[in-house]
Write a protein that binds this ligand. Structure first.
Ligand code: NIG
Ligand code: FE
Length: 426
């Protein structure tokens, strides 16, 4: 993560609303997930890249005191400020696309059939291997711009489309050097030069892990029929944990293969997908510290059942939301769209959706002391919605919602003047 800007002051003033989830040392769960603090007619003061004060406009004068110095002002009339969104599960380091497969799926081919026939993930592996380090860095930068325009200021990205040493390490570098939080998805699929998952894991753990562990923050595995089974996932994750990496799992996407108990046993930070998780998995996850990361745009894109989000929250589980942005199962970089799906398809409230793609997602990445809330001392990462009410994040389906993005106290993206009707100041 880039260092915050030094010596700069930015005042965002006259905001219609400021909304932030609450925070604790642990991910929010139960009723706390829906608790959003909302201030009307608000300001936020950012100094040296951090939030140093926020509150109602009537308290601004006292907050500023008689401190002199240059103060940049941003007019927040008609806008709502939220914490910059945190996307804790993306596959943003890839080359090429799968638009041909997208069309084939419309005429009856299934995602699993395309994968079994050497397409799917392996089609993206071929494109990614031939992109080169510069091509991958450019791809991450392009995808980061897309995410930023949708309000995401912190993003995780996984390798997993290289599956050879050179491309896996180049992917992790491209992610790290372009603002992402890198996860080594060394066990995403078995590449064609190996015909057996165990032989591939011998290579990945022996040859790639030592350097991957220096570049990545976490490790991830695709635990699924046709990918890696529970024994192979355990072997991979055990070795990654011993090398100092935090653990994540892709689990229960198409079939239940024991991902939830394995995640709990190994103390993983998260288990992600959960479209097929049944009652036992819900109960176990709810009584654990593992965060269930829900990816409704992936379920939508593949026309799969939605994960049991309401049951998980009601049972007391900690959940997060993410895009799963990738060229095959979720070509969607917008956490706003994901929030709409969370409310309309997963039956979460707008407040639960916001907490799940901000503070709880930050916990999954181990960054909750820095990002995911508007709080004094936190990084000044903010998204300003062109909306009279913060709940437009989930209400405005796929609309032109983001007016500006602030990262480390600097405006890093702003919608061009005149590109749409300004929102009426309230
Ligand atoms: O999370 N399921 C495994 N991996 C990705 C999809 C990757 C792809 O289709 O390229 C996922 O859905
Ligand atoms: Fe994924």
């Amino acid at each position: 993560m880039k260092d915050v800007a030094g010596g700069r002051r930015l005042l965002v003033r006259d905001l219609a609303q400021l909304a932030t989830p609450g925070g604790t040392d642990a991910p929010l769960r139960g009723g706390a997930l829906a608790d959003v603090e909302v201030l009307r007619d608000a300001y936020i003061l950012c100094e040296d890249g951090r939030v140093t004060a926020f509150g109602p406009m009537r308290e601004l004068r006292a907050a500023l005191g008689d401190s002199g110095g240059e103060l940049e002002e941003l007019d927040g009339r008609g806008l709502c400020a939220l914490p910059g969104l945190v996307d804790c599960h993306t596959h943003a380091c890839f080359a090429g696309d799968r638009v041909d497969e997208f069309e084939l799926r419309a005429t009856g081919a299934s995602y699993e059939e395309l994968h079994a026939a050497g397409g799917g993930i392996l089609a993206t592996v071929r494109a990614t291997r031939s992109a080169g380090g510069d091509g991958l860095a450019e791809a991450v930068r392009r995808h980061r711009r897309w995410m930023r325009r949708a309000g995401t200021t912190t993003f995780e990205a996984k390798s997993g489309y290289g599956l050879d040493k050179e491309t896996e390490l180049a992917s992790l570098r491209a992610i790290r050097e372009n603002g992402g939080i890198p996860t080594w998805l060394g066990a995403h699929a078995v590449p064609p030069e190996f015909d057996d998952p165990d032989a591939y894991l011998d290579f990945a753990l022996g040859e790639v892990l030592p350097e991957a562990a220096q570049l990545a923050v976490a490790a991830d595995v695709f635990l699924e029929a046709g990918a890696f089974d529970a024994g192979q996932a355990r072997r991979y994750l055990d070795a990654c944990r011993a090398a100092g990496l935090a653990l994540r799992l892709h689990g229960d996407q198409f079939t239940e293969q024991g991902a939830v108990p394995l995640a709990i046993e190994l103390g993983a930070r998260s288990v992600d997908h959960l479209e097929t998780t049944g009652e036992d998995g819900i109960r176990r996850l709810a009584s654990s510290e593992v965060v269930g990361v829900l990816l409704p745009s992936s379920a939508l894109f593949l026309d799969r059942p939605m994960p049991p989000a309401r049951a998980l929250v009601d049972a007391g589980a900690a959940i997060a939301l993410a895009t799963d942005f990738n060229p095959g199962s979720s070509f969607c970089e917008s956490l706003g769209v994901v929030s709409t799906l969370a409310v309309t398809q997963l039956h979460l409230t707008p407040g639960e959706a916001l907490s799940a793609c901000s503070v709880n997602a930050a916990h999954v990445l181990g960054l909750a002391a820095e990002v995911g809330r508007i709080a004094n001392g936190h990084r000044a990462d903010l998204v300003l919605l062109d909306a009279p009410d913060w709940r437009y994040l989930s209400y405005h389906l796929g609309g032109e919602l983001v007016a500006a993005v602030i990262e480390g106290g600097e405006v890093t993206w702003r919608r061009a003047a005149g590109s749409s009707e300004p929102n009426e100041p309230r």
